[in-house]
Design a protein around this ligand. Structure first.
Ligand SMILES: N[C@@H](CCC(=O)N[C@@H](CS)C(=O)NCC(=O)O)C(=O)O
Length: 262
């Protein structure tokens, strides 16, 4: 039996849900609000990092959204979602490394500086600090602290945009060699990148890839896959989409201004 602890809009959880959908696997969902329930002692026993996703396969617990797809691909080999050639496999590893080391925290920076900022501000400084004190990652706590206060003017935003531009460049360059990130076949590399491009689109920042036709065509292909609908559109609620659609101020003018300085 497969159980996934996840969040509806969480990019890492979306990675796991796309993977499960691509494999055609049945799974039980344990939906988390991520407004405090990630710190429940019972959950911390499964995932000491207090984050989603967590996959439980029978009696085995697998954490880390970069690892879960490799695990599922090994445990359920069909259809295979890893390329065969060593070089193409290295592209999958590189994509996950780029995301793990840079893009994921950069995505947190942009999301909390924009769509999630009003909620943090509404909490008030004290309640926010109480929550940040519980997170096992001081780096992620600092991101939230900085962007709650300064929004897109927070110094971290510049690097966050740089990392996203790098991700877009990797995808654009990959499109010169085939329709997918690792070459001619859809793979875990595409699964890893999809939620981050979706998030930019939700944050009303899709114009970042206006001059990258390869990215636009690739993302269109990703959205056409049934797994995109299953993992995203069927899980994310209208209320979630409305938060992205309605948050203010429009982030594009400030983002565009920063992009010209990179
Ligand atoms: N390295 C972890 C990061 C997971 C992570 O940051 N998850 C976010 C959602 S995308 C989360 O649970 N956030 C809750 C919080 O920051 O308190 C992974 O890839 O699984």
């Amino acid at each position: 039996m497969l159980t996934l602890y996840h969040g509806r809009t969480s990019v890492c959880a979306i990675k796991a849900r796309i993977m499960l959908a691509e494999k055609g696997l049945e799974w039980n969902g344990k939906l988390m609000t991520l407004r405090g329930d990630q710190f429940d002692p019972e959950y911390l026993k499964l995932n000491p990092n207090a984050v989603v996703p967590t996959l439980v396969h029978d009696d085995k617990v697998i954490i880390e959204s970069a690892v879960i797809p490799y695990y599922l691909n090994d445990a359920f080999p069909n259809p295979p979602l890893m390329p065969v050639s060593a070089h193409e496999r290295s592209k999958v590893y590189m994509m996950n490394k780029l995301i793990d080391e840079y893009v994921h925290n950069a995505c947190t920076t942009l999301t909390f500086a924009t769509a999630n900022r009003a909620r943090m501000q509404k909490m008030g400084k004290e309640a926010l600090e109480d929550q940040l004190a519980k997170t096992p990652s001081p780096a992620r706590a600092e991101i939230k602290r900085q962007v709650a206060e300064k929004g897109l003017d927070a110094p971290l935003v510049v690097d966050a945009l740089k990392h996203h531009v790098k991700l877009l460049k990797v995808i654009e360059d990959a499109m010169k060699g085939g329709p997918y990130v690792a070459g001619n076949a859809y793979s875990i590399a595409d699964i890893a990148a999809t939620p981050y491009i979706w998030r930019l689109q939700q944050l009303r920042l899709a114009r970042i890839w206006d001059h990258r036709p390869g990215v636009a065509a690739w993302f269109e292909r990703m959205q056409q896959r049934p797994s995109f609908d299953q993992a995203i559109n069927k899980v994310v609620t209208q209320e979630d989409f409305d938060v992205y659609r309605n948050f203010q101020p429009d982030p594009w003018p400030r983002v565009q201004e920063i992009l010209t300085t990179l």
